[in-house]
Each structure stands twice: as C-alpha cells, then as structure tokens.
Design a protein around this ligand. Structure first.
Ligand SMILES: Cc1ncc(C[n+]2csc(CCOP(=O)(O)OP(=O)(O)O)c2C)c(N)n1
Length: 937
C-alpha cells in the first residue's frame, strides 16, 4: 500500500484497525473520518476515500500492496462511505455493548440498552435504505447476510438475545478474533437435535423433582435448593462430556452450598438413597452424639465426593471438593487438586498436561466479586507453576446474596466484572433458556481447549425460595419474590416449548416428572426399611492415633557425597554469579569432618535424596527458589544470560520430579493451592514457605477450615508442610512470630505435626520423615532466620548419615547428677541461652530442647526429666509472650511429666498484645532479661 495523497496508507489502515478495536484510541479527526466519511481530512486527502473503498473491496480489511496495484476506483460514493464508517461503529458497538441490550434476566427486567446500538442514532443515521446498500462483507462480520440490513437482525439475535458476551476487553488479538468468529458464526449456538432436547428436559425434570421431593419430605431442613438455576446441572454435564472428549480423565469441581445436593446426585451420580440418608441422619441421635475418638463429620452440603461418568470418549472421574462454609475458600484448593491430576511427576521438573483434568468452579454472584480469594485465584491462571490450562468458572447468579441486593453487594454492573481484569472472556446467559446455557458451555470449553485460559459463564437466574428452606424471601425482596411466584419453572417452560414444537407430547413431559418422583419415593422407602432393620449410617471419619515410628531417615555418607557433588553441577558454559559460586563451593567443605552443613545445604540434600528415592517434591512460596534469606539457591541464574538451571532437577538417578516455583504475593490462594495439590497427591512432599511466618495468617481460613480440621470433618489429610520463618531477632512485631500458639491451639487428635528444629540435621531428618512416614499428616514447621547460617546450628555429615529426628534434644554438656534446674526451650532461644556468659558457670543447670511440640513427645520428655535425679525445678523458657508461643498449650504436659514437688516456672515475655518490640534495642534488653532469668540462680 502506498501513499494516500501524502499520507501513509499503511498508517491510515492501522488507524482504522485501531478504531475498530477501540474508537477512543484514534485522533479525533480520524475518528470523525471513520464515522462520517466527510471530514476535513477527506477533503484534503481524497485518497482516503480510495482507501476506504479498497477496504470495501477486501472483506478482511487487507488492502492491496501498492496504490498502483489497486484496481481502478470508479466514482466514490460519499454517502456510502459515511454509511460504511457508521456501520463499522455499529458492529463494534454490538460486539462491545450488545450485552447491555440482552435478555439475560429470566424475571424479565428490562435491559438498560445503549444508544450506540441504535442504527438511527448514528451519523449518518443507518436507515433501512442505507443499511441495504452496505455490503456485509466489508464489515468483517461472521453472521449471515449480504447487506447490513440482512445482517443486523442476526447481530441483534447473536449479541442481544438470551446469551451475551464480553470479549472486547481481551488484550490478545487472536483470542478476540477467534471469539468473535466463534460467536457470530453460531458454531456453538446450533439448534440441538430433538433427542438432545428430550435429554435436556429429562435432566431438568430430575433436578426439579429432586428438589421438590426433598422440600416436601424434610420440611424446613436446609437443602439450599438450586431451583431457579436448574440448568446448571445439564451445563455441568456438557462440560464434563467435552472435557472427556478433550482427553481429560478427571473433572474437579468446587462449589458452595447452593445446588450442591443436586450436583452430588445428578453430576456425580450419588444415589438418591445416600442423600436421603443424610437428611434422615439429621433426625437420628447417632449423628448428634458422634464418636469422641472419631471426626466431627460435617453438614451434608459441605461434603466432598467422587463419582464416575461414562461418556462416548470413555470414563471420566468427577470429584467434588469438600469445602467449608467460607465462600470461595475452596477455589484455590480445586486448582491445586486439578494441577496435581495434570502433572506427571516421574522426572525433572515434572510435566504438566492440562488436558488431563478440568477444574470447574461454581461461584455465587455475591461472593465472586466480594471475596478476595477469587481475585487471588484468578491471578494464578497464567502462571507456569499454577496454571490448570483454563478453569471453567460458572457464576450461579441468582441475583441476590442471602438478603443482599446486587447494588449493596458490589460496585460493578455485573457479578463477573472482576474477571475482565484478568483478560477472561465472559459469557452471560439466561438460565431459563436451557439451550443457550448449553451452548455457552460449548463456546467456553472450545475457548479453553484452544487457548488454555480461564473463561467465565455468568448464569443469570433467580432463587425460587429463600436463602435456605427456613427463610422467607418476601421479608427482604418482596417484589422479586412476588415475581418469582408467577414464574413457571424452567422445566415447565421448556416442556411447553418442546410440546409446541412437536418434539414431545404432554404425556412424555409428565412421565419424566413421575419417573423421578417414583424413583425418589422408592429409594426413601428402602432407606426407611433399612433403618427398621437397625442398619447404621456411614461412619464419621476415623482419626488414627499413633504416628508411625521406625522410619529410617539417615543416608550413607557416600551417597550424601554423591548427591552433594551433583547438586553443585551446572552445564558447561553456565556461569553462576561469582559470589554465589563461592557460597555454594563452601557447601562441599561442610561435608568435612569439622562439619558446617547449614540449613539450605541440609535441605537440598534431603530433597535430592527423596527425589532419588522416588518421592516427588513440590516447593513453592514467595521468592522461595532463592530463599527469602538467600540461603537456598535451588534455582540458579546464569550471570550473563539469565538462563535458569536447577541442578536438583537433573540428578542422574532421580526417580521423581521436583517442582520449585516462586509464588505470587498471595498467602490465601497459594496455600490453598498447595493444600489441594497435597490432598490429590498424598505421596508428594508438598512444601509451602511463608516469606515471614506471620504472613500465614493471610491464609487463616485455609489453616482453620482445611489444614487442621479437614481430617475431622471430611477424613481428608495430606503431608503438606508449612515452612514458617519464626524467631525473635529484633525485626519488630511483624517479622518475629509465626504464631506458633495458633497451630498448637488447633492441634488435637493427631491432626497435624508441629515442630521447631534447632539444627540443620534435625531439619534434614524431619523433612525425610515427613515424606517417608506412611501416615500422612500436615507438618507446621517453625523455620529459622539467624540460625540458617549459624555455625552452632549446622551439622556434620555423620549427623545426617547416622542420626534420626529427635523430638527432644538433651543437653550434651550436662553433668546429670549435679543438675538441679532443667531449662527446657524450643528453637532459636536455645542458642541465646547456651551462648550466654552465665551458662558457663551454671554447672547445676541443663538446657534441653523440645523439637517437636505436637504430637507432644510425652515419653521422651518424661525420660529426659527422669534422667536428672537431683532436679529441683523445671523452667520453660520462650521468647514469645505468655499469651503466645508454646507454653499455654504444653504446660499441663510438662507438669504431668514432673515428679511430685518439682515446680514448673515460666520465663518469657509477659502478656502482650503485639508479639514483639518495635525497636531493636528494646528487643535486646528483653531478650537478655529472659535469658538471665532462665539461668539466674
Ligand atoms: C466468607 C463467608 N462470609 C459469609 C458467609 C455467610 N453466607 C452464606 S451464604 C451467603 C450469601 C451468598 O450469596 P451468593 O454468593 O450470591 O450465593 P447464593 O447463596 O445466593 O447462591 C452468605 C453471606 C459465608 N458463608 N462465607
């Protein structure tokens, strides 16, 4: 393309392209030109007319390469040119704003509309006559029609019907063009064959019949009925079918209370009898009393389950993740579950294949925009360490949250608007148009398959009854409730449509309803008879009681040397930063007799040994590849090229993968993700590291609702390991405490392990024990900062090769028969005490360490105490305030272990509202006081 009267035609075309994307981005005079075709620019540069004309010739907008090659332009139709520009603006408006005129609300509220969608309001007005003169192909439309006049109704139908799209915000051009083409061609909006339509009605009949039966049979019991969003069930079926077709062997579903029972029954295929049993269970005394040795169980609309669906492409598992009441908390967990299913962990860094599993998240319209974890989870979608190849998000939008109206609950127009910030396409669909809803899924799944990105389907329906079955919706939403009372159910509407179109008879529709009712009745009858026979309900989750002993964690010296050598190897030509190279080289010296294996070194050896024994490892956290304290350096960066290399992923005899990823700056979603991963892959040592330990409270919901209680509620556990930097080093209130007390308060029935190691070797053995122990349990580990490089906390090769993890470490220097006071402590303060000048004189004192705080090593502590025959006092010394740290959780355990008459004394910070001093000097004074008091005679 050459010049256009002195203007570069390529530039002009570019501007036109830009204008079509977003009219506001081009200069005003150009916008005027494109919209009216009658600007000063055209007057000064008549060649522009030719350019527009050439675009008319070429439906794709590609103009000939040079002006000379361009076919001779006959006369320019000024009128038409202006019309074309207006038509382009109209097309653009439909694509961008068509959703504002779409009929999305089953309750019939009027769409707001937008003036840009009205052809007569454009300049020049697109009258029917003008529309008829504008060829559709120059508008780059994919809807049928020769002229704009023919295409416009199709555009309206496509963009403003019962389904609507928001795709123009997507930054990726290819995705936008693909979506436009997919939408306008109607490829995914085809009329369903009659057999599928009958099937759809059958599903809707089952959903409605199920919910109605439960309501009548168990008056007032909570079922969180799906009615008003019934079509969610066939939509899920469609998604599962398509996932299987794409090669998936698993679908992982996360959802809250709404419609969960129906999903359990109809999507996972849980027999009606089992669900009815849960309802009956609420009436039985067995369920109320529970088993003190077992779990607590959970309400029926939180329980997870697994089912299998057979599809033409083969069987596919469907997992519904257990979830707490905390809305959206399950989102990252589902992502982690799916990621684990998608990962081949046999070698290297693992191989991720997103086609193997599909994650589906069902959100509430009130919770999606308002719960921050949603944004945190969406932010994971494109990250190499976290992506699941595109999550299908379904917003179960019943236009109310409990009693809160949308205008009170969010600042955005749509519940889905948050997703647009993540470049996610949004499809809105009216829940009373089942065929549109199914086609929305087809488009969404095709997009996922093509681009591997998340997609949101905003299913706009209503809530036929109250928030739950005990609520009266008319108290707070009287107009909506009255409107809903008049609204025929989606099954009724769809049945009437199929009858009127001759697809089924009325008798067919009634038969479908009767069938499900009969099935439920007979399942219920059978259940009642089984009760009469004394059959019991399903057991509550059992909680095992003894950690497995006898796990060998030591590794031969030669093997350790071999691993160590490999951990220092980089490819030829790879340049490690010289300062770091020296640091790493010092590691080899650590293997000498003098010792000096520090924390990072011990960790690398532990993880490398596990990988070679076939135990996969996954380690994530903020800046975790290097380590917050620059002590790890698992992943190296070539000093010249920036290229990455992780020697631990290239061990010659590795039999499993090691995944290491720096995480985004999130605790809630990132911990949730790792929890999910570790549940789906209990054989993997999954480690999540907090930057500083106290940041874990950003994930408190995950800790409380999943990590510590999942076993009791759902029988769900894992070997997820939390590395929480902890210790008072004068860095202020926020960087001192990982809130050990919170974990100890939640520790019961051997739900978790809580440790605080004081040497590199202890850490080495603990990591290996955590991975190798046949009994999986989460481990909460207080990790050090200053001790990472402290000579006294480092270990020797023999410590790794010969020892094992000791829950209690005795005083190596104690003169047993002289000791009158035993100071027991945990973690870093040990070194403050033994390093204190007074310690040298304290011949009558011994200082021992409690390395495992839960399960409390009662026998080891009792033996320790008994080994000091002259003991007159036990001191518990801690850095944390009295209302924090370990003391209040373990005090009774220590007292139980003491002989009669030997008192227990507390030394530590007094009750404090904030964990630590803000000023380093104040910290030093307080730290000194604690140590002196522990040692003072
Ligand atoms: C984190 C959290 N806060 C508050 C609640 C209490 N709660 C339960 S349901 C609900 C309304 C949810 O509305 P929406 O997300 O639209 O789902 P719906 O119940 O309408 O399906 C609220 C506030 C909760 N479960 N979780």
């Amino acid at each position: 393309m050459g010049d256009v009267d002195g203007l570069n035609a390529g530039y002009a075309k570019l501007l036109l392209e830009e204008y079509l994307e977003n009219p506001d981005t081009v200069p005003e005079e150009w916008r005027e030109l494109f919209e009216s075709g009658d600007s000063e620019l055209v007057a000064t540069h008549p060649g522009l007319r030719r350019l527009l004309e050439s675009l008319r010739e070429d439906g794709n907008g590609a103009a000939p390469a040079t002006a000379a090659e361009a076919p001779p332009i006959p006369t320019v139709d000024e009128e038409l040119l202006g019309g074309v520009a207006a038509a382009m603006a109209l097309v653009k408006a439909y694509r961008m704003h068509g959703h504002l005129s779409a009929r999305l609300d089953p309750l019939g509220s009027e769409p707001v509309g937008d003036p840009a969608l009205e052809p007569e309001r454009l300049q020049p007005p697109l009258t029917p006559e003008r529309q008829a003169r504008i060829p559709a192909r120059i508008l780059r439309l994919s809807v049928p029609g020769e002229t704009l006049a023919e295409a416009l109704p199709k555009l309206q139908e496509t963009y403003c019907g019962t389904i609507a799209y928001e795709i123009e915000h997507i930054a990726d051009h290819e995705q936008r063009v693909w979506l436009r083409q997919a939408i306008e061609s109607g490829r995914y909006r085809v009329r369903l064959p009659d057999e599928e339509r009958r099937g759809l009605l059958e599903q809707l009949s089952r959903v409605e019949g199920f919910e109605q039966y439960l309501r009548r049979a168990f008056l007032g019991q909570k079922q969180f009925s799906i009615e008003g969003l019934d079509v969610l069930v066939p939509m899920l079926d469609e998604a599962i079918l398509l996932a299987a077709e794409g090669g998936a062997h698993e679908t992982v579903l996360g959802m809250a209370h709404r419609g969960r029972l129906s999903v359990l029954a109809h999507t996972l295929g849980q027999p009606y009898g089992e669900i009815l049993r849960e309802f009956e269970g609420e009436r039985t005394i067995d369920a109320v009393v529970g088993d003190p040795e077992g779990g607590t169980g959970d309400v029926k609309y939180h329980l997870g389950a697994k089912g299998f669906r057979s599809t033409p492409a083969g069987e596919i598992a469907v997992t519904l993740a257990s979830n707490p009441s905390h809305l959206e908390a399950v989102d990252p967990v589902v992502e982690g579950l799916a990621r684990a299913e998608q990962t081949d962990r046999s070698f290297g860094a693992g191989v991720h294949d997103p086609s193997r599993a599909l994650a589906i998240l069902i959100h509430g319209d009130a919770s999606f925009p308002a719960q921050g974890v949603v944004a945190e989870t969406l932010n994971l979608e494109g990250l190499a360490g976290y992506t699941t190849g595109g999550t299908l998000h379904l917003i179960a939008n019943n236009q109310v949250g409990f009693t809160t109206d949308p205008a009170e609950g969010r600042s955005t127009r749509y519940a889905s608007d948050l997703a647009k910030g993540f470049d996610i396409p949004v499809v809105h669909v009216n829940a009373d148009d089942p065929e549109a809803a199914v086609s929305a899924i087809r488009l969404a799944m095709a997009f996922r398959r093509r681009f591997g990105h998340d997609v949101v389907v905003d299913l706009v329906g209503y809530r036929r009854f109250g928030h739950n079955e005990q609520d009266e919706p008319a108290y707070t939403q009287p107009l909506m409730a009255a409107r809903i009372a008049e609204q025929p159910t989606v099954r009724e509407q769809y049945a009437a449509r199929l009858v009127s179109e001759g697809v089924i008879t009325e008798a067919d529709a009634e038969r479908m309803v009767a069938e499900v009712r009969d099935e439920l009745r007979s399942a219920h009858e059978q259940l009642k008879q089984s009760f009469a026979g004394g059959a019991l309900g399903p057991d509550e989750p059992e909680i095992g009681h003894r950690s497995s002993d006898g796990v060998v964690t030591a590794i031969g010296v030669d093997r350790l040397r071999e691993l160590d050598a490999q951990l220092l190897q980089v490819p030829d030509g790879f340049v490690v930063h010289p300062k770091l190279a020296r640091q790493l080289e010092r590691r080899s010296q650590g293997l000498d007799d003098d010792g000096g294996i520090d924390w990072g070194h011990a960790e690398a050896l532990a993880l490398a040994s596990l990988v070679c024994e076939g135990i996969p490892v996954r380690l994530t956290g903020q800046d975790t590849e290097r380590g917050t304290f620059s002590h790890r350096h698992l992943v190296l960066h070539d000093a010249h090229t920036g290229e990455r290399y992780a020697p631990i992923q290239h061990l010659s005899d590795a039999q499993a993968s090691l995944e290491a990823h720096n995480s985004p700056l999130s605790e809630y979603a990132c911990l949730g993700f790792e929890y999910g991963y570790s549940v789906a892959a209990p054989e993997v040592l999954v480690l999540w590291e907090a930057q500083f330990g106290d940041f874990v409270n950003g994930a408190q919901i995950l800790v409380d609702q999943f990590l510590v209680s999942g076993l009791a509620k759902w029988g769900q556990t894992s070997r997820l390991t939390l590395l929480l930097p902890h210790g008072y080093e004068g860095n202020g209130p926020e960087h001192s405490s990982a809130r050990l007390e919170r974990f100890l308060q939640s520790a019961a029935q051997e739900n978790v392990r809580v440790c605080n190691c004081s040497t590199a070797a202890q850490y080495f053995h603990l990591l290996r024990r955590q991975a190798l122990d046949p009994k999986a349990r989460p481990l909460v580990l207080m990790t050090p900062k200053g001790l990472l490089r402290m000579k006294e906390a480092s270990s020797t090769l023999d410590d790794l090769a010969e020892k094992s993890f000791a829950p209690v470490l005795d005083d190596p220097a104690a003169d047993r028969n002289r000791v009158r006071r035993l100071v027991l402590c945990s973690g870093k303060i040990y070194y403050d005490i033994v390093g204190h000048e007074q310690r040298a004189e304290a011949g009558e004192f011994a200082v021992a360490r409690l390395e495992q705080l839960y399960p409390f090593p009662a026998r080891a502590v009792a033996e320790l105490i008994a080994s000091y025959p002259q003991l007159q006092e036990l001191v518990w010394a801690q850095e944390e305030p009295l209302n924090m740290g370990a003391f209040r959780s373990i005090r009774h355990r220590l007292e139980d272990a003491l002989p009669a008459g030997v008192p227990l004394r507390y030394v530590g910070r007094p009750w404090r509202a904030s964990p630590s001093e803000g000023y380093p000097t104040a910290h030093l004074v307080e730290q000194q006081r604690i140590v002196r008091e522990a040692l003072a005679s």
